[in-house]
Design a protein around this ligand. Structure first.
Ligand SMILES: O=C(O)CCC(=O)C(=O)O
Ligand SMILES: [Fe+2]
Length: 293
């Protein structure tokens, strides 16, 4: 495999010091074959976020490309907000939908890893920009492998032994959505504990898995947990550890939810349309439901 991989050279340029790389000159609407996927995975594991620019993808092209990385999440944990014709895609937009402002217009406004509040947190997400405002609407990504590695040995030992409890209610803006939909999302996703350090199944790298959607650590009170959650989030999101993506139409940004957390910024004029489509790759089974804690 090694020699075949070396033959599959993809043009790559780093976008950030901590993470992020662009892969150039690849027509991702074609049937790419396993060697190319292997080469992309290789770059992805090293840089955590890979970006393809200047693409003109139809919704079905995004699904087709994404399926090469693994099984797609059917988004059953949030059974709304789909693309009308291609239900494998989530539609994240501030456009009017059925004459009303879309409920996804403020998706992702606190630091998180996708679907951490489910029993099968996302392995990866691929987000395509169909339309974006002339300025702003950026997305930031933090490298959680570096975040883990730069902790002291003692703190690593502490987080290695913790389970973080994820609560969908801590999704920023959830209370501004339709109350019946929010109630359904809460019913489908009771609080769930996952190891606070996630081990990447391919690279074996250890990554901090704590975000602003963690209510507490299993077996600890909320008061005890709060300063540690705050410290770990601040530590992870220091500017040196972050790549900020400034979107252009036709960008496909792919992030590894096992090694990265992200936040979508409200730094734009909401009268300007922003329209994004997301495919999500299923991760491994993880975690246990936590009641009455
Ligand atoms: O709209 C964005 O930039 C990202 C929103 C988000 O958190 C996601 O798609 O997972
Ligand atoms: Fe997200």
């Amino acid at each position: 495999m090694g020699s075949k991989l070396q033959n599959t050279q993809l043009g790559t340029s780093p976008l950030g010091y901590a993470l992020g790389a662009e892969i150039e000159g690849l027509d991702i609407s074609l049937n790419l074959g396993s060697q190319i996927y292997e080469a992309i995975n290789h770059i992805w594991q090293e840089h955590h976020v890979v970006v393809f620019r200047g693409k003109h993808l139809q919704p079905r092209d995004i699904v087709f490309f994404a399926e090469g990385f693994g099984d797609l999440d059917d988004h059953a944990s949030t059974p709304f907000y789909r693309h009308p014709d291609v239900p494998q895609l989530l539609q994240i937009t501030n456009r009017l939908i059925d004459g009303k402002p879309s409920e996804t217009r403020n998706t992702g406004r606190n630091w998180h890893s996708d679907y951490s509040y489910t029993g099968r947190p996302a392995a990866a997400s691929l987000l395509y920009c169909n339309q974006c405002p002339p300025v702003g609407g950026d997305t930031m990504f933090a490298n959680m492998v570096r975040a883990y590695e730069s902790l002291s040995g003692t703190m690593k030992g502490i987080v290695d032994n913790l389970h973080a409890v994820y609560d969908v209610s801590l999704t920023a803006g959830i209370n501004e959505r339709d109350a019946s939909k929010t109630a359904e999302v809460r019913r489908l996703n009771p609080p769930i504990a996952h190891p606070a350090v996630r081990v990447h199944p391919r690279s074996g790298k250890r990554a901090l898995y704590v975000s602003e959607r963690v209510s507490h650590f299993h077996g600890m009170t909320r008061a005890e947990s709060k300063p540690l959650i705050e410290f770990l989030c601040c530590h992870a999101t220091q500017p040196e550890n972050v790549y900020r993506h400034n979107w252009r139409e036709g960008d496909l940004v792919c992030w590894d939810n096992r090694t990265v957390m992200h936040i979508a910024l409200a730094d734009f004029d909401q009268n300007q349309p922003r329209h994004m489509l997301r495919a999500t790759i299923l991760g491994e089974d993880s975690g246990f439901v936590v009641r009455d804690e």
